[in-house]
Design a protein. Structure first.
Length: 292
């Protein structure tokens, strides 16, 4: 493993978070569980501070509403945006990953979830969809048709809607001699690439003030960046990773910066956000024509 101060691994250089990622982070931090809807104008203001154009924000909000992630109501000339059950579930999952699960898996119980599949050659769409879901859920490819993930994974939820019943087998197992877990980890996952994501995060956030003009925007970019970083990590057992694993200093940096930024970010949000209660939004929705 290269030193943490080494240049970022090729292919994992910083990318500006997509507008939807920033919007979900904003809603997760300032709307989720607050019992409010927030004015579109306020959202445009906040995303502008984070470097997202008005056109990109409006387009993304419309797309998210069409996908059932946002609810919109009108009060006079103002449109207010709230969350739906679907988006609340997504945001609670993101909150769990950031503040509860964390980036470092020190409590692995030695079990693995194994998933094997064999599908007809004509099932290219299903095969591609399953592989995408497996990667998103933290699985690594151990060998052709056999995927593995640390701990217990909800395979039923993972396979929901794919129509692959009878073509997928799922087991829970433990490694036995002569299998070496460190070798399994190295074969199934690109460890250097995973480490590169954390090094890139460390590099980007050594100078937080260079990221955005105020604490609200910096906090938004920081949390969005961190969530995207840890979503790419299968949380492999710490005892089977290199001694200088960069997830630990990256997580420490994130927590320290977040603690520094939150008070000022929340103060700015309280000042700039135009909101109504969910009860007010319900009354408006009941007597108005739904927005297209």
């Amino acid at each position: 493993m290269t030193d943490l101060a080494a240049p970022v691994t090729e292919g994992v250089a910083a990318e500006t978070p997509r507008p939807q990622a920033l919007l979900l982070t904003f809603f997760g931090g300032h709307v989720l569980d607050q019992g409010i809807h927030v004015a579109t104008a306020s959202v445009l203001d906040v995303l502008d501070r984070a470097g997202v154009s008005e056109h990109a924000t409006r387009s993304t909000l419309s797309r998210m509403a069409r996908r059932g992630l946002l609810r919109r109501v009108r009060q006079g000339r103002n449109v207010y945006i709230g969350l739906t059950p679907h988006s609340r579930a997504i945001l609670h999952d993101g909150r769990r990953r950031i503040w509860e699960a964390g980036a470092v898996n020190r409590h692995w119980d030695g079990t693995w979830t194994l998933l094997g599949f064999s599908m007809p050659e004509s099932w290219q769409r299903q095969r591609h969809a399953l592989r995408s879901r497996l990667l998103w859920a933290g699985f690594g490819s151990l060998q052709s048709g056999l995927w593995i993930a640390p701990g217990t994974v909800d395979a039923a939820g993972l396979l929901d809607g794919l129509g692959t019943d009878g073509h997928v087998k799922v087991f829970q197992a433990r490694a036995l001699p002569p299998t070496h877990v460190a070798e399994v980890v190295a074969e199934a996952w690109d460890i250097e690439r995973l480490a590169g994501h954390y090094r890139a995060f460390l590099s980007r956030w050594r100078d937080p003030e260079a990221q955005a003009p105020d604490s609200l925007a910096r906090d938004l970019l920081l949390e969005s960046d961190w969530l995207q970083t840890i979503r790419q990590d299968p949380r492999l057992p710490r005892e089977h990773l290199p001694a200088d694993w960069p997830a630990e200093p990256a997580q420490e940096l994130f927590h320290n910066l977040s603690a520094e930024l939150k008070p000022a970010a929340n103060a700015i949000a309280a000042e700039v956000l135009d909101t109504i209660t969910n009860a007010e939004a319900d009354r408006l929705a009941a007597r108005s024509i739904p927005l297209s």
